[in-house]
Design a protein around this ligand. Sequence first.
Ligand code: ADP
Length: 524
Amino acid sequence: MSQTDTQHPTFADLELLSEVSQLLTLLDLDRVLQKVISLAAKAVGAAKASLFLHDEYDVDWGHIFVTRDLAPDEFFYVVRSVLDKGLAGWVLRHRQAAIVYDTDVDDRWIVFPDDSYEVGSALCVPLVYNQQVLAVVTLVHPEKNHFTDYHSRLMTIVANQATVAVRNAQLFNRLQAQQRQLETVLQAIPDVLLVLDEHGHILLINDAAGDFFGDTNPSLVIGRHLADFSENALAPVLEALQNSTTREDKQWLFEVRSERRKKDFQMTLSVWRDALNDLAGYVVAMHDVTTLRDLHRFKDEMLRLASHDLRAPLSLIAGYSDLLSMDIDPTLPSFEHIDVIKRSTERMNGLLDDLLRVEQVRRSPLELNEQVDLGALAAETVHDMQPMAGSKTQQLTDDINTDGMPGVVADPALIRRAMDNLVSNAVKYTPENGQILVRAYAKKGQFHFVVEDNGIGIPPEHLNRVFESFYRVKDDRAANVSGFGLGLSLVRTIIERHKGEVWVESEAGVGSKFGFWLPLPEQH
Ligand code: ADP
C-alpha cells in the first residue's frame, strides 16, 4: 500500500540535514550512533528508533541501540529474530529502505509477546558503504500509515551523511587501536628502538631507549636531533645518515660500545618509507650484547691461560711418564698405568692444539698472496684421505669439474684444512664399506665443494648446531669416534673469512651432505 507523496522539504528538514552533517566532526563511534538515531527519529517524527551496527561478517553485538529494556538472553533472541525474519533483516539483505505501512498485515513486522509498545507503522533504512551495509536504523510510530515515501527519501539522505560519519569514527577507532597495539609492542621489546625522520630527528622511542638516553620522559627526547646527544655509540648512525645519498633500501649492521653506559650493542639501522615509497626516515634497533661480549672476553682469557699455563705442566707430565716407563719392567701392571697417563696427556695436548688452531684462524691475518687452484686442492684432499677411507674399506671417489675455472686468491693451507675436515668427518661418521663422493665445480661465479656420504646422518634438531664449537651429536653408532666438536667450527671460520658459506643437509640413518662455496673472481 503506497501513499501519494506530496510533501516538500521544510525549513526544519534543512536544519536537520545541517545537524546531520555536523556528525562528521565527531570521532567517538558510540556518540555518532546515538546521535544518528535521535536525529533520524526527529526527522520523521518517529516515536522510537533502534540501530544495528553491522560489520563485515556479522552483527556487532556491542553496538546495538534499542530503546526497549531487554534482559541479555531476551536481547539475543529478539535481535536474532529481527535480523533473520524481520524488517531489519529484509533491509540488510536488500540494501534498500522499506516502509511497513501497517504492522498488522506486513509479516516482516514481528511482534514479541512482552512488547509493551504498540507499533502501527515502521520505516527502516540501511547505511550503505561500498556495497556493504554498515548499519540499519528502524523507526516506529504507534499509528498506521505514519511514514511516507518522502520520509523514506529524507531518511536515505540522512543515512548517506551518517554513513560517512560512522565510517570516519570506525576508521579513527581502528587507527587508535592500532596505535595502542604498536605502542604496547614497542614498549614490550627490551631492545633500544628509535624511529628517526630522514634528517635524524627522533620521532618515536620505546622505554628501553628512554633508559638508554637516561631520560625516561620521552617528551624530552622526541623531536631532538641524534647529534644533540653526546653518545658515542650513535656515531655510526650519524655517519650512515650523512653518507646515505643513494636512498636505496638498505640495512646497516654495527657493533658498538657505549662508553657512558659501559655496554656493548649490536645495532641495526633500516630505512623506512612512506605510502608513496619515498624515504621517510630510519629505524634504529640496538640489542644489548654486553653479556655475550663479556663471555667472549672470558673465553679469550681462558684460551690464553690454556695455551701458556696448561702447556708447560702437560709437557712435564708427558716427559716424566716417558722417563718412568723406561725404568719399569713392561710386564708389570704399573707399566700399563703409565701408558694410560701418556695417552691421556696426548689427548689433552690434541685438544689444546685444536682450540688454539681455531683461535689462531679467527685472529691471524689470512695469507692471501696466492692464486689458488681450488680444483687441484680438492683432488689432493681426496688423494691424501684414501688411506683413512681404506682402513674402513670405504669407497672414496671424486668428481672434480673445475676446468677453465679462474684461480682464487685464498689461503691454501686453510682451505685445504677445511676440505680435509669435511672429508675426514665423512669417513669418521660413515660405517665400514660405506661410500663417500667428493664433488668440486664452478657455478654462477662460485666454487662449490660438496662431500656426500651414506653414513649415520644427523637428526634434524641438531643440524643447525653442528657448526658451533664443541657441539657433538650423541649417537651410539659414533660412540667410539674421537673428537672435540671443533672441526666444523674451524671449517666455518675458514670459509667465512674467505667470504663464502658452509651448509649441511642430512638425514639420520641415510647420510649427510656437507659443503661450502667460495666467491670466484669476476671474469671479463
Ligand atoms: P668432531 O668430529 O670432532 O666431533 P666436528 O665439529 O667436525 O667435530 O663435528 C661436529 C659433529 O657433527 C660431530 O660430532 C658429529 O656428531 C656431526 N657430524 C659431522 N660430520 C658428520 C657426518 N659426515 N655425518 C654425520 N655426522 C657428522
